[in-house]
Design a protein around this ligand. Structure first.
Ligand SMILES: [Zn+2]
Length: 873
């Protein structure tokens, strides 16, 4: 789960942080809860499982028959414990003789005939039934959605396989599998490994047998069955297959067609060929994650099947998700973290492999852009700051966080930069070869890279992996004309406490003068230090950490002219992006805006132009509007124009902007730009907004992108006459995405209407997770305290996943703030956090901003690998 939530920058960073990061990220993106931080001590080695499953669709039940081949690891064991939750165990045999067994809330305990010895082998067969709350999900047509294709799919990580198979359910054991699935004859199935056979099973059923002969952990077992379209491809003689829910097969090539090229790149870079017998990717509806890297058979959300007409508007398509899950096939599946505390060995690497693909396929600028954004995002998530990447005290808060993903990926990038490409990949090859088919901890990685490169990495791992934080720096320089010398002052300003220490890192300073540019390697290690460099004449540009290869934040004291020069002349995107941000802080300064406007128009990197558009919007300055309007008038790439339309939504009081946005909102060559314009006119409350939005709701577009944008914008617009229209689109039977947009907007309108509150409450118990989520937030937004009992009963309901609880609690807190709610002010923060200002209009502006932010985030969340709680069955 990549955590690719690139939060738009805002003047109200603290506010965003509190609300968006705490409330949303906690709720959406940290749900990979793992109960056991440390690996278990094992009594037995589970070597092979034969897993035969049938399904009772009407009851949403699984009927299972598993046979585990087990080898005993210690003397005197007389009972075997399997993880098993809510499964009704019918019978158990040990070596084909009936065995005594008992069950607890989360275990199946099977007695052995007598105390066993190390190396003794047993075959344990278990017949069972269950109606899984988690682990296995049934997505079937029903009266409201009669045409949806049937799908059954599993999601094992972190510890959910035990909800549909009684097994050893922790990563520190590996087994081969044979999966035998009996399903309706018209269905197809996907599981780990090779397909051995498909046989008629009578009664309109067929039995599919899959065999995985490369061992992996139980959380990587996958079971998918249903009505799917299939597309076949290959890489190096290995089958590469893609599956879409029936009827959407035409979306596979454009979104997934680059997979073989990725497999080729990763195999070459890592020096270890793709290690499994096949690679399939199956896209399923209502998936509880963005993507899941099951061994040889990834499952992804079907929202990654973007309609072809729309997918061309995304510069990097779905490649982030696809390369992430593919990267896991080496890091996570072939070599698996031994315990959840070392999950960064899975997620940090998968995040790094995304970057490897982006850089290779889309070029260095795109790689630099993603890395620069990732660093900014990580620094914005304040709750990650004082936590080390490797830690074992995570419990409820989860470990699938921005440290495991974003910072983990960044640390690997830094390691590559410090060691050099060849040595770094030599180290990874050694790590993969030594640990192939094993479970690893961070020390195994450090040791392997040291062995391969003869470089001591203790300090590197100590500060970046076992320590917390990252350097925050204050930089300034003075030029001495007489000595022809430049003195650069470097100060580490972050608080040294807890796990956060002073940082030591090598970096490069580049000084550009009229005579040319010179680079100087330095090592920063002290609290404060002055570095002296020769310089022929006063510098035109001083770059610290040229190219941005260290995860850091820096305040570099430079004048406007220097920033402008840097924006025009720095060769690397990161240095130009820093200049855009610095110039943006000057707000209404014409020269600064002009420089950013030029960058928006002509910079060679799309990413930099996107940053320029965002930054112009964030100034909120009417003087910035003309640059954004010029971009909208151009024939530019949709990825830039849509950001310009979005940015204009932050600039109030410019009539030409309002009219241009309305015209784009009605019609444009780019759907995403049109959608952004719809949002912006809602936000600016332009004169014609309601009519334009109403028409957009009625219009059809790829993936309903315009309807969804308009439904959301109607909430932001705040005109109560939208209520009947929103109610129609919130109703059961409408497409889920349109429903969630409409429900969220209903939260913002007719806040005194108790009947409307009741109507939103009725959606709290729906099967579809995203609808429940939208309803919870909508109720919080309304400020109608009459919703508290409904939220509390949801909170106390037995089937509630722990992951949802913090979010519901946050909304209840919001509703309990008495003064704020009646007047519709404030109280927007999660967990009772209040906005900075008590001024009503400024608070409302912030709320508007948050509404948009939440929507942008939830759009992004769909394409990332999040682990969400299950829908209520
Ligand atoms: Zn991942």
């Amino acid at each position: 789960m990549k955590f690719q939530l690139s939060l738009p920058r805002s003047q109200n960073r603290r506010f965003i942080l509190l609300f968006a990061v705490l409330s949303l990220v906690l709720a959406f993106a940290l749900p990979g809860r793992a109960d056991e931080p440390y690996a278990r001590s094992r009594d037995y080695d589970l070597q092979h499982s034969k897993i035969a499953l049938r399904f009772d669709m009407a009851q949403k039940e699984v009927l299972g028959d598993v046979t585990h081949s087990i080898s005993i690891l210690r003397d005197g064991i007389s009972r075997l414990a399997f993880d098993s939750v809510d499964l009704s165990i019918k019978s158990v045999t040990v070596n084909k003789s009936a065995a005594h067994f008992e069950t607890t809330a989360d275990k199946l305990l099977v007695s052995l005939p007598s105390a066993a010895k190390i190396g003794d082998k047993f075959s344990v067969s278990i017949t069972y039934e269950g109606k899984p709350r988690k682990g296995l999900y049934f997505i079937l047509p029903d009266k409201d959605y009669p045409d949806r294709p049937s799908q059954i799919w599993s999601q094992g990580e972190s510890e959910d396989t035990r909800y549909y198979i009684p097994t050893y359910d922790y990563p520190d054991d590996r087994l081969t599998t044979e999966t035998i699935l009996t399903v309706p004859a018209a269905w197809i199935t996907i599981s780990n490994g090779k397909l051995l056979s498909v046989k008629d099973a009578g009664n309109g059923l067929k039995t599919w047998t899959w065999k995985e002969s490369v061992p992996s952990s139980t959380y990587l077992i996958t079971v998918v069955a249903g009505e799917f379209d299939e597309l076949k491809n290959s890489w190096g003689g290995i089958p590469v297959t893609y599956y879409a829910p029936k009827g959407r097969g035409d979306r596979l090539p454009i979104n997934y067609g680059r997979t073989p090229e990725m497999i080729e790149l990763f195999s070459k870079k890592l020096g270890v060929d793709y290690p499994w017998e096949k690679y399939s990717q199956v896209m399923v509806d209502d998936f509880v994650a963005g993507g899941m890297e099951n061994s040889s058979a990834t499952t992804n959300t079907s929202s990654s099947l973007v309609e072809p007409k729309l997918s061309t508007e995304y510069l990097t398509g779905q490649d982030g998700l696809i390369s992430h899950e593919l990267g896991h096939q080496w890091f996570g599946d072939l070599v698996t973290c031994k315990d959840w505390g070392d999950i960064w060995l899975n997620e940090g690497f998968a995040t790094f492999m995304e970057f490897v693909w982006m850089e290779s396929h889309f070029g260095k600028d795109q790689g630099d852009y993603e890395r620069w954004e990732a660093a900014r995002q990580w620094f914005d998530s304040g709750d990650l700051w004082n936590k080390p990447i490797v830690r074992h005290d995570f419990n409820d808060a989860g470990i699938f966080d921005g440290n495991s993903y974003t910072k983990g990926g960044w640390v690997l990038y830094m390691l590559r930069h410090q060691l050099g490409e060849e040595a770094f990949y030599g180290g990874l090859k050694h790590y993969l070869e030594v640990n192939r088919g094993k479970n690893a901890v961070t020390a195994d990685l450090a040791k392997a890279v040291e062995e391969a490169t003869h470089t001591d990495l203790d300090q590197f791992f100590n500060q970046w992996i076992y320590g917390a934080g990252a350097p925050k720096l204050q930089l300034s320089y003075a030029y001495d004309d007489a000595k022809h010398q430049l003195a650069l002052n470097v100060k580490q300003t972050h608080k040294v406490e807890g796990h956060v220490g002073l940082f030591a890192f090598p970096t490069t300073v580049e000084i550009a003068t009229a005579a040319g540019s010179k680079s100087f390697p330095i090592t920063v290690s002290k609290l404060e230090e002055v570095f002296n460099f020769p310089a022929e004449s006063a510098p035109l540009m001083v770059l610290f950490d040229k190219g941005g290869h260290v995860l850091k934040s820096a305040e570099f004291q430079k004048g406007k002219k220097e920033w402008v020069y840097q924006l025009k002349n720095a060769p690397d995107l990161g240095d130009r992006a820093d200049a855009v941000v610095a110039l943006g802080k000057l707000k209404n300064d014409e020269e600064a805006l002009n420089a950013i406007g030029d960058a928006l128009r002509i910079d060679k990197a799309l990413g930099l132009r996107v940053i320029a558009a965002d930054t112009l919007g964030e100034t909120g300055s009417p003087a910035a509007a003309k640059y954004l309007l010029a971009t909208l008038a151009s024939n530019d790439a949709p990825s830039v124009r849509n950001r310009a339309a979005n940015a204009l939504g932050n600039i109030k009081g410019d009539a030409s902007a309002a009219s241009k946005l309305e015209s784009i909102a009605k019609s444009d060559s780019s759907f995403r730009t049109q959608a952004a314009a719809l949002q912006s006119i809602g936000k600016l409350k332009t004169a014609g907004a309601f009519t334009v939005l109403e028409a957009a709701v009625a219009s059809d577009s790829p993936d309903d992108v315009l309807r969804k944008a308009a439904l959301r914008a109607l909430g932001t617009l705040g005109d109560d006459k939208a209520v009947p229209l929103l109610k129609r689109w919130a109703a059961v039977g409408k497409p889920t995405d349109s429903r969630t947009a409409a429900i969220r907007s209903l939260g913002q309108l007719q806040k005194d209407n108790k009947d409307l509150t009741k109507e939103i409450e009725s959606y709290l118990t729906e099967p579809r997770f995203s609808v429940r989520m939208a309803s919870i937030f909508a109720l919080g937004t309304r400020g109608d305290a009459s919703a508290i009992p409904a939220l509390e009963s949801l909170l106390n309901g037995g089937d509630l996943s722990i992951e949802l609880a913090p979010m519901i609690k946050g909304q209840i807190e919001r509703l309990k703030q008495p003064a704020a709610l009646k007047e519709g002010r404030g109280g927007a923060g999660a967990g009772g956090q209040k906005p900075d200002s008590s001024d009503a209009s400024s608070v409302n502006e912030k709320l508007d901003h948050l509404e948009r932010l939440i929507q942008e985030m939830s759009e992004r969340l769909k394409s990332i690998e999040t682990r969400l709680p299950p829908p209520k069955q």
